[in-house]
Write a protein that binds this ligand. Structure first.
Ligand code: PMP
Length: 358
């Protein structure tokens, strides 16, 4: 029997994707800080919607996601008719690669870009191409230099995972303007809400024909387990992606809970302010004991150690205290530990253990 799928690394080969297990035998004080999840979990409105869900489990969900799209349109001030919803932004990234990149095509992204760009490009039979960064930050000149007539997709996460760095909208605009005309620019805004005064690129999407934005409920909204993400783009792109989408790719429950979460202004405000406060606090503590960080615009910090061995030893020290963070060797930064900003107690524990380790 032959599957029509090329040999490629699949998600099961990326054992570190989850950043390890959240269970450590014999401990009840384990904190998982390895997947950039919201430490407060879902907000009250999402929990309420979850509790109410289930009355319509025998009904198929709406195929057009009209309710959630309308809520997203109103919340972000964008055109609901040019939104597509999927099972996490991972699914939107996968649709983009399936639709726009095939054998002989190139998918371009920055050196320390999100792992799914490579996985989805390979799954589509395309060739992943990596452009160098400058100081762990996307470099528009390097991306433009690497783009050519085979480039079909250019991914840039802003802010970026795992570095936490971001580039200004003017630089993104310069990238969008300078790319060859067949290339589509994807602005991955998984962490966009955490960056103050940044619209994730929505205005640029409205101005241009070659820019798409992806967003998620997995981070700020505390719904990583729900699997809801979305994309916003020019009509011609959304039409193409909708042809790849199954009619029932999101359940009633996913749609209802995500919509409720959007309206939870108290949860959103608390998550944002606590994240900003504790992120800056933790970065300062780390810097004071000789662990360097770049300024993070997201809900994690990338702590950089002398070398991979020191990072590994520190990771082991954290783990022995029940603190699970992520050593980002799979992103080409083995000297780095990416630490999700937890609640105050988790941040204090992390600072304490690293302080003792150093
Ligand atoms: N983009 C980036 C940059 C991410 O870090 C993640 C999650 N780790 C995603 C996209 C995918 O998130 P989800 O599929 O949960 O929406």
């Amino acid at each position: 029997m032959h599957a029509h799928i090329r040999p490629q690394p699949g998600i099961m080969d990326i054992a570190l994707y989850q950043g390890g297990t959240s269970k450590i035998a014999g401990r009840d004080d384990v904190v998982k800080l390895s997947s950039n999840e919201n430490p407060f979990g879902p907000g009250d409105l999402a929990r309420l919607a979850y509790a109410r869900a289930g009355h319509d489990l025998h009904r198929y969900p709406p195929t057009d996601h009209a309710g959630l799209r309308a809520a997203l349109g109103a919340h972000f001030g964008i055109d609901a008719s040019r939104i597509i919803c999927g099972a996490g932004s991972d699914e939107i990234i996968s649709f983009l690669c399936q639709a726009y990149a095939g054998p002989g095509d190139e998918v371009l992204y920055s050196q320390h870009g999100f792992l799914m760009y490579r996985i989805s490009a390979l799954a589509a039979g395309a060739t992943p191409v990596v452009a160098p960064e400058r100081d762990r930050t996307a470099d528009v000149d390097a991306l433009l230099a690497a783009a050519n007539k085979r480039t079909k997709l250019v991914f840039i996460a802003n802010p970026n995972n795992p570095t936490g760095t971001m580039i200004p909208l003017e630089e993104i605009t310069r990238l969008a303007e300078g790319l060859p005309k067949q290339a589509l620019l994807v602005l991955d805004g998984a962490y966009a809400e955490y960056a103050e005064n940044y619209d994730g690129g929505a205005a640029l999407v409205d101005q241009r024909d070659n820019v798409v934005m992806t967003r998620t409920f997995s981070k700020l909204f505390g719904l990583g387990g729900l699997r809801v993400g979305w994309g916003y783009g020019p009509q011609h792109v959304i039409d193409v992606l909708n042809r790849l989408r199954g009619p029932f790719n999101l359940s009633n429950m996913q749609l209802d809970i995500a919509e409720a979460a959007l309206g939870d202004t108290a949860h959103i405000a608390r998550s944002l302010s606590e994240n900003a406060r504790l992120r800056d606090w933790l970065a300062e503590k780390l810097n004071a004991i000789g662990v360097v960080t770049d300024r993070s615009f997201a809900n994690f910090v990338l702590a950089r150690f002398r070398d991979a061995a020191q990072a590994e030893a520190c990771n082991a020290a954290l783990l022995s205290e029940g603190l699970i963070v992520r050593q980002v060797g799979s992103y080409g930064l083995p000297e780095g530990l990416r630490i999700t900003i937890g609640d105050e107690s988790a941040c204090r524990r992390v600072a304490h253990v690293i302080g003792a380790f150093m």
